[in-house]
Design a protein around this ligand. Structure first.
Ligand SMILES: [Zn+2]
Length: 317
């Protein structure tokens, strides 16, 4: 069946079920409808400008590689290349070929992990780095899960650490308990560039409220980064931009959070009344849509983000 016909049929079926028996009945009675609802998130991760791979030069020494919705950076130094985050085997194998093309005969000297998450630390072996650097707490988390794709670090660091590799100063800034307690952001003073992993995006809503986020620490981390002197902001997902983009993203995250806080204050805590969720929705959705409705992923991620903000506000995390 052609995709368009399938889509139309799915939409019509969902409409018919909803019209006949009400939304609640449709959702509780049909895995097909539930699957259709879940599928509405798909366009967040795909589309023109997102799918595919691109290798680009951003500053004198720094390049960025985009692999679908992931993005990492490559730094050219006097002792070889430095890569931050291999992400996964497919991406690092593809990057390895790209590096051989652009820098023939130049080795990857150092691979740095921004944090322990498996979707950032898989597949590093394809880059054959001489050194691998990670936060000292990463193994605690890796050892609790299957992590055979993670190339083992050769050096562990803790706290703020200035790395000088092949004449390039890389300031690894420890972000505390923010997005895990193993997270580093990377400031390159000579390039006036900041790279962050899972902390900030460019005119794009957060995916799923940013998984594994401790909101108070995450806000403190963003505020700290905004005191630094840099022009180019490169996040580990979607497009890159400038310092203002990080400030805008911080404001967006804070707006959602503050609205969730006020919603709970005016409509009461969960369980108090029958129409609680609808009240929360009205209090957060309309002001957020006014300001951020044009950002990538607003429709797809709104529900997941409001749920995360409400839970975070209610629990204090
Ligand atoms: Zn992560």
């Amino acid at each position: 069946m052609k995709p368009l016909v399938t889509l139309l049929l799915a939409a019509l079926t969902a409409l018919a079920i909803t019209a006949c028996s009400g939304l609640n009945a449709a959702l509780s009675g049909s895995p097909f409808v539930l699957k259709t609802v879940v599928g509405t998130v798909d366009p967040y991760f795909h589309g023109p400008g997102i799918d595919g791979t691109r290798f680009e030069k951003i500053t004198d020494r720094i390049y960025t590689y985009q692999w679908n919705w992931y993005r990492n950076i490559v730094i050219v130094t006097e002792v070889g290349l430095v890569v931050i985050d291999p992400m996964n085997g497919e991406m690092s194998s593809a990057l390895s070929k790209e590096l051989a093309k652009h820098f023939p005969g130049v080795k990857v000297d150092t691979l740095i992990y921004s944090h322990y998450h498996l979707d950032h630390t898989g597949g590093g072996a394809a880059l054959s780095p001489t050194h691998v650097i990670a936060h000292e707490k990463c193994p605690t988390y890796w050892n609790a899960v299957e992590h055979t794709t993670v190339l083992e670090p050769t050096r562990y660091i803790a706290g703020d650490t200035t790395l000088i590799i092949g004449g390039v100063e890389i300031r690894a800034l420890y972000m505390g308990l923010s997005h895990t307690d193993t997270l580093y952001a990377f400031h390159f003073p000579s390039e006036r560039l900041l790279f962050t992993a899972d902390l900030g995006l460019v005119r794009t809503m957060a995916p799923d409220g940013v998984p594994d986020r401790y909101a108070p620490g995450y806000l403190a981390a963003m505020n700290r980064l905004l005191t630094l002197d840099f022009d180019t902001f490169v996040p580990s997902h979607f497009g890159y931009g400038n310092k203002q983009d990080l400030a805008d993203w911080r404001d967006m995250m804070e707006s959602g959070r503050k609205l969730a806080h006020e919603a709970i204050r005016s409509a009461g805590s969960v369980g108090l009344r029958e129409d609680q969720m609808g009240k929360y929705f009205d209090a957060v959705y309309y002001p957020m849509r006014e300001k951020y409705g044009h950002w990538h992923g607003f429709d797809q991620m709104f529900v997941l983000n409001i749920v995360r903000d409400l839970i975070g506000e209610a629990l204090g995390h």
